[in-house]
Design a protein around this ligand. Structure first.
Ligand SMILES: *Cc1c(COP(=O)(O)O)cnc(C)c1O
Length: 407
C-alpha cells in the first residue's frame, strides 16, 4: 500500500487489494472501483466514466442518485428514520396506498431485502394453506421452477437447482417441489391437494433472461385458480417497469394472488421490499406472526414513495418498452458467429453466446460499458430506464465492436 492512506485518495488497485485482503470472497466483481454516479453514468476513483448497463440487477431503474429521490432521502433523514413497528409513522401508510394502486391488491407487508420478501411470501402462502385452504399441518407444498433465483437464505436455496447455491449449506427446508420452467403439464402434474402456492419469476433473469412462451404464465395462473392454489409472482427484478410494463406478468394480462417487489422499489437508495396480496391471503397474518425491525421504516417508505412517483412521472415504463424494442432490434443485427440468441423484453435483454461471456464483459468494461455475465454464457443488458437514446446508441456501438472483435 502507498504511503498515502487517506481513504478517498487510494487508487483503484489499492482499493481492490484492500477488498481482497479483508473481505469475504463471495463475489467476483469486475475490477472497476466506483466512486460516484449520476443517471446512467458511473465514475471510477481515477475519474474514468462508464455507462452502467446492469443497474445493480435492476435496482436502479430510476438511474443513479436520482435528484428527487435524493431530496426525499435527505428531508426524511432529518425528520425521523426509524420508529420500529412498535409505533406508527406517517410514511408507511402512503407507501401502502401506492403499492395498492400499482398492483390492484389490497394490502402489503414491507420488508427490506428481496430474499426477505420471498421468505415472507413463503410464510404467507403456507399459513394461508393451513388456515384458509385447510391443508393438514406441516404438509403444505410450494411449486417452484428449475433454474429459479429467489435469493440466498437457507429456505430459498433449499429449492434452488443451482448446485453452488446449495453446496455446503444443508440441511435444507422441506416443502418445495421443483418442476421444469415453461412446461404447463409439469405444473399440472405437480399440484396436489396440499399445494398452497406456485412461486414464479415471469422471466427468469438470473438464469439468463429466459422468457417463457406466450400464454404459459396465463395457463399456470389459470391452473392455480382451478385448484385453489396461490399464484405468486417474484417481480423483484422484472417489476417496476423493467420489461416495458409495470409488472412482467401484465404481458399476459393476469392478476397474481401475491406479488413480490424489491430492488427498484427504492431506486437504489435503500433496501426496501414488499409483498402484496388481497385480504383473504394477507388476513392470515396477525400481530406477532411476522415482522422486521427496519421493515416499513419511514426513511425507506419515503424513498420508495418517491421512487414510485419517478417511475410514473418520467414515464419510465413506456420508455422501457420503446427503447427496449429498439435496442433489441439493433442488437439482433450484430453479425457474429459467437451469438446464439438475442432475447429480451423492455430493457431486460440477454445475449446468449456459444462461449463464456466473462471475457466479453471485461472487454466491454475497457470500452466504458458496464454489464455482467449471468450463468456463464449470457451477457445481461439492463440499463437504467432513464437512459437516453443517444447513450443507448453509444452503448450499442461499443457492444457491436466488442462482440465482432471476438468473432
Ligand atoms: C435479486 C432477486 C432476489 C433477491 O433479492 P435480494 O435483495 O438480493 O435479497 C429475489 N428474486 C429475484 C427474481 C431477484 O432478481
Amino acid at each position: 500500500m502507498s504511503a498515502n492512506t487517506v481513504p478517498g485518495h487510494l487508487s483503484s488497485k489499492e482499493f481492490i487489494e484492500l477488498e481482497e485482503k479483508y473481505g469475504a470472497h463471495n463475489y467476483h466483481p469486475l475490477d472497476i472501483v466506483i466512486d460516484r454516479a449520476e443517471g446512467c453514468w458511473v465514475y471510477d476513483v481515477e475519474g474514468k466514466k462508464y455507462l452502467d448497463c446492469l443497474s445493480s440487477y435492476s435496482a436502479l431503474n430510476q438511474g443513479h442518485c436520482h435528484p428527487r429521490i435524493l431530496d426525499t432521502l435527505k428531508q426524511q433523514a432529518e425528520k425521523v428514520t426509524l420508529t420500529s413497528r412498535a409505533f406508527r409513522n406517517n410514511q408507511l401508510p402512503l407507501l401502502y396506498k401506492k403499492l395498492h394502486e400499482i398492483s390492484g391488491l389490497t394490502r402489503s407487508v414491507p420488508m427490506n431485502s428481496g430474499a426477505e420478501a420471498v421468505e415472507t411470501a413463503v410464510k404467507l402462502a403456507r399459513k394461508w394453506g393451513y388456515k384458509v385452504k385447510g391443508i393438514p399441518e406441516n404438509q403444505a407444498e410450494i411449486i417452484v421452477f428449475e433454474n429459479n433465483f429467489h435469493g440466498r437464505t437457507i429456505t430459498i436455496v433449499s429449492f434452488s437447482t443451482e448446485h453452488q447455491y446449495r453446496d455446503g449449506f444443508g440441511p435444507f427446508t422441506a416443502g418445495f417441489k421443483v418442476v421444469p420452467y415453461n412446461d404447463v403439464e409439469a405444473v399440472k402434474n405437480a399440484i396436489t391437494p396440499n399445494t398452497c402456492a406456485v412461486l414464479m419469476e415471469p422471466i427468469q433473469a438470473e438464469a439468463g433472461i429466459l422468457i417463457p412462451k406466450d400464454g404459459y404464465i396465463k395457463q399456470v395462473a389459470d391452473l392455480c385458480k382451478q385448484n385453489n392454489v396461490l399464484f405468486m409472482a417474484d417481480e423483484i427484478q422484472t417489476g417496476l417497469g423493467r420489461t416495458g410494463k409495470m409488472f412482467a406478468f401484465q404481458h399476459e394480462g393476469i392478476q397474481p394472488d401475491v406479488i413480490i417487489v424489491g430492488k427498484a422499489l427504492s431506486g437504489g437508495f435503500y433496501p426496501v421490499s414488499a409483498v402484496m396480496a388481497n385480504d383473504e391471503v394477507m388476513g392470515v397474518f396477525h400481530p406477532g406472526d411476522h415482522g422486521s425491525t427496519y421493515g416499513g421504516n419511514p426513511l425507506g417508505c419515503a424513498v420508495a414513495c418517491t421512487a414510485l412517483d419517478v417511475l410514473h412521472e418520467e414515464n419510465l415504463v413506456e420508455r422501457s418498452a420503446t427503447l427496449g424494442k429498439k435496442f433489441l432490434n439493433e442488437l439482433r443485427n450484430i453479425n457474429s458467429t459467437r451469438i446464439v440468441e438475442v432475447r429480451g423484453r423492455g430493457l431486460l435483454i440477454g445475449i446468449e453466446l456459444n462461449t463464456k461471456a466473462r471475457p466479453f464483459c471485461e472487454a466491454l468494461k475497457e470500452e466504458g460499458v458496464l454489464c455482467k455475465e449471468t450463468h456463464d454464457y449470457v451477457i445481461r443488458f439492463a440499463p437504467p430506464l432513464v437512459i437516453s437514446e443517444a447513450d443507448l446508441n453509444w452503448a450499442y456501438e461499443r457492444i457491436k465492436k466488442v462482440i465482432e472483435s471476438f468473432s
